[in-house]
Write a protein that binds this ligand. Structure first.
Ligand code: 26Q
Length: 812
């Protein structure tokens, strides 16, 4: 059902064409036929906002009076991607707009491409938030986001001389049509200064003075639901000086000081930190974390009090604060501060309300990514917050020492403050009623290893909610031809929110040769579309009849793009040795950004590009083997890439990838996973069956066993494998056009290969060979592809959101 098509002033194609033409001509002062694509984009964006705004306002009005529980996601990243097409689809205009524009002689895709893709996140964690907002709105469920309106999003990646070069992402340069600035909802965030105590009316009162105020100004972005009347809000906070100039400083003639304080305030929301691994304790990052926590909670509290006669009683029955990884963990002490210092609750009651309101999702088990802030930094920047953390910790340890007097070592281990650092994960676990991992294996590792001491104390707090992704963006919109084919075959029940598991009906067609042929045709078109993009952007010709084997994600040692690259070198060696042997044509595609300070990951990018250059220029490989590194992986290029994939590379060292979500996006577009038993791959294998996935390598348990015994001996593996020796030597002997990769060689050979790349190499080569042989049997390959699509429904973020509702937020 599409309720927008039932209303009286429903949009028709003719009305759309008239309104659109008028809008373009008003904006551009030109006849439509003389207008630029930029004006056409702006006109379309404005029309969309004019239609969403009244519904959004109505949603806000209803949210003010109704008593449904509201969810607030606090996340330092929201990787929302382009929004125009999604708004159009959600409004139910998906058939009207493309046709209408075509009749006006315009190209819909060109217009959509004018939207600057907002890159307000690094990768999985930020994109997950965007998928969750999409699903919550689709399911008519009030969930909102709170984050930072970074002036510069994640850097844009260029490849120059085979290497990554970072370019600033000035995404707001031409304005952003989907945000509404709400200056009257600005709040002040206080940094630094000192805290003084005073008895006021017989109560010990904490007075924060000499602080530096920063103004937090909210910008709201509508989050509309699919074919329904729900519009939620994503609130992004911008940092501004409280007064444009510090007037005192200015009047005293300290002009430079005044300007400096302005730029110090603005610096807080200036840029997204481009690292998603390796915690670095930078002061500005800590400022960012407190910034959106403080501002977001202030508005939520203010709104709640307004609705409840000035009281916060009952808050935790009506509001859930969801902490996305530890970056917003200061929600815990900040909410305590509000309750105790400002609202005069007693500590115990305040603590009970806090724990009941907060829930926490962990996204990583890499020890180097866990946040630990130096005590003196936190104490100086946030003196009252630090005092409250100390008190939370003191009471917690007192309770633990009372309950478990013989567990001294453990009680020290779980302390929030130890060794001069504040452990943010401990704060988040102690201050929340729920802690969850993002795939079965990951949640098990949290319970049994990472947080095992907490699991012993609070077993009831631990949950698993396996991640999911938005099928509306990553399949229905990105792969419309596939969507249409499936709807023609099994109907459209699966396209309805929460119903994606109806795709299971496709299993009936798994061996149907007509359906298989049509599916193959769809895949071929998507491969051609990607091949065209590659030709245009990289001037590399790839053979659309070859297998498209794709690995796209952030570049990390644990994700092992290196394993993929070493295998390609091996394949190339074989081809050179036997140019006339049978060879299944293959195109290896990579994309992904490395953190600018992550030297090893940048060497891997360089290696891939060097190999690509060599292989693509060798006439021997023509139409058989090509390698492509697509620069600047982002949500928009992802939408082109997933639909074209036949093999989805998910090859992380087992136990390291919390879940992965790209694996799910590939699967719903019919790619077959080639991966380790890690993260959500394990659940993909369970659902699709072992005949329809290629798995290889050590298990998480085997990896852990090696690690408990100090690792394995990579040299032994190397000695037994001449093919691998050859590849490894090529890294350092100048075979790669004179470039050498000693850092990579040393890590694998001399430093014992922390990520088990050499250990899993032989098993990876075997499974690669097997998949290429299987591909030759088109019938059985198409069957695998269909089984993947048919069983992907469970990996919809609609299912994840429904589980959070039921198990964590406890909403009926
Ligand atoms: C922390 C401190 C300082 C600077 C940066 C960070 C930081 C920023 C981002 C740490 C981690 C991240 C992002 C982590 C992330 O994206 N994790 C991924 O989350 C996905 C969604 O749950 C999972 O599918 C992936 O497996 C996981 O790697």
């Amino acid at each position: 059902m599409n309720i927008f098509q039932e209303t009286e002033n429903k949009m028709t194609k003719e009305k759309f064409k008239r309104d659109f033409k008028k809008k373009v001509e008003e904006l551009s002062s030109e006849k439509l036929e003389n207008s630029t694509t930029k004006f056409q984009y702006e006109a379309l964006a404005q029309m969309v906002m004019e239609n969403i705004n009244p519904i959004w306002a109505e949603n806000r009005r209803l949210n003010r009076i109704n008593t449904d529980k509201q969810i607030y996601f606090f996340s330092i990243e929201f990787l929302i991607g382009r929004l125009l097409r999604l708004y159009i689809n959600n409004l139910g205009w998906e058939d009207i707009v493309p046709d209408g524009l075509e009749e006006l002689g315009l190209d819909y895709d060109n217009i959509l491409a004018c939207e600057h893709d907002p890159a307000l996140g690094n990768g999985g964690l930020g994109r997950l938030m965007a998928c969750f907002l999409d699903s919550a709105a689709a399911l008519d469920f009030p969930a909102h986001g709170n984050g930072i309106r970074y002036k510069y999003g994640l850097f844009q990646q260029k490849i120059v001389n085979h290497e990554q070069v970072e370019v600033a992402d000035n995404w707001l340069k031409h304005g952003y049509p989907f945000e509404i600035r709400q200056p009257e909802k600005s709040v002040v965030v206080k940094y630094g200064g000192n805290v003084r105590t005073e008895m006021v009316n017989g109560k010990l009162t904490f007075i924060h003075e000499n602080y530096e105020p920063v103004l937090a100004v909210p910008y709201d972005v509508p989050v509309s639901g699919y074919h329904n009347k729900t519009v939620n809000s994503l609130r992004l906070w911008d940092a501004q000086p409280v007064d444009d100039f510090d007037l005192n400083a200015f009047n005293e003639g300290h002009f430079l000081k005044a300007v400096q304080s302005k730029s110090q305030a603005e610096s807080i929301s200036q840029v997204l930190y481009p690292s998603d691994h390796g915690f670095e304790g930078q002061l500005l990052r800590l400022k960012q974390e407190y910034f959106f926590v403080c501002a977001g909670l202030k508005r939520i509290v203010r709104r709640y009090k307004k609705q409840h006669q000035g009281s916060l009683d009952g808050f935790s029955d009506k509001i859930c604060i969801h902490i996305n990884d530890t970056h917003p963990a200061m929600c815990v002490p900040e909410f305590m501060r509000i309750l105790v210092d400002e609202e005069n609750y007693g500590w115990d009651e305040a603590w009970d309300m806090t724990v009941k309101s907060m829930s926490f999702t962990n996204h990583t088990v890499l020890p180097e990514a866990l946040e630990k802030w130096p005590v003196d930094m936190m104490q100086n920047l946030l003196p009252r917050i630090y005092m409250i953390i100390e008190e939370i910790n003191r009471r917690f340890l007192e309770e633990m020492n009372g309950k478990y007097p013989n567990e001294e070592a453990r009680n020290y281990n779980i302390s929030i403050i130890k060794d001069g650092q504040v452990h943010m994960a401990h704060l988040a676990i102690i201050g929340s009623h729920s802690v969850n991992g993002v795939a079965e294996l990951h949640s098990k590792i949290l319970r049994e290893e990472t947080f095992k001491d907490f699991y012993a104390i609070y077993p009831e707090r631990f949950h698993n909610v396996t991640n999911g992704v938005s099928q509306r963006r990553f399949m229905m919109a990105a792969n419309q031809e596939l969507k249409n084919l499936i709807c023609d075959t099994i109907g459209d029940k699966w396209t309805q929110p929460g119903q994606m598991e109806a795709l299971k009906d496709l299993e009936k067609y798994a061996s149907d040769s007509d359906f298989q042929k049509q599916l193959q045709g769809v895949k071929y078109h998507n491969k051609e579309r990607l091949a065209k993009y590659i030709k245009e952007h990289l001037n590399v010709t790839v053979n659309p009849h070859s297998i498209f084997d794709i690995q796209v994600k952030r570049i990390h040692e644990y994700k092992r793009q290196l394993l993929n690259a070493l295998h390609i070198m091996h394949v190339y060696n074989q081809l050179c040795a036997n140019p006339n042997a049978d060879f299944v044509p293959k195109t290896y595609i990579f994309a992904g950004k490395a953190a600018p300070s992550y030297y090893f990951a940048k060497q891997v990018i360089k290696l891939i590009n060097v190999i690509a250059d060599k292989i693509n220029h060798d006439p021997l490989t023509k139409d058989k083997l090509s390698v492509v590194f697509i620069p600047n992986f982002n949500v928009s290029s992802a939408e082109l890439i997933y639909p074209a994939a036949e093999i989805s590379e998910q090859i992380s060292t087992a136990g390291k990838e919390a879940s992965g979500t790209g694996n799910m996006k590939f699967m719903m577009n019919g790619a077959v996973t080639l991966g380790t038993m890690d993260g959500a791959n394990i659940e993909i294998a369970e659902h699709v069956g072992m005949d329809n996935i290629y798995t290889f390598g050590l298990s998480a348990e085997e990896v852990a066993n090696y690690n408990h015994n100090g690792g394995y001996h990579s040299v032994d593996v190397l000695q037994q494998n001449p093919d691998l020796q050859k590849v490894m030597n090529q890294l350092i002997d100048g075979s790669l056009g004179g470039d050498t990769f000693h850092t990579i060689y040393d890590a694998l050979v001399l430093n014992n290969d922390t990520y088990f790349v050499l250990k899993d190499f032989a098993s990876y080569c075997d499974i690669q060979d097997q998949s290429s042989r299987d591909y030759l049997n088109h019938h059985s390959w198409q069957k695998k592809s269909i089984m993947n699509i048919a069983n992907s429904g469970i990996f919809s973020s609609d299912r994840s959101i429904a589980e959070y509702q039921k198990d964590i937020w406890k909403i009926k």
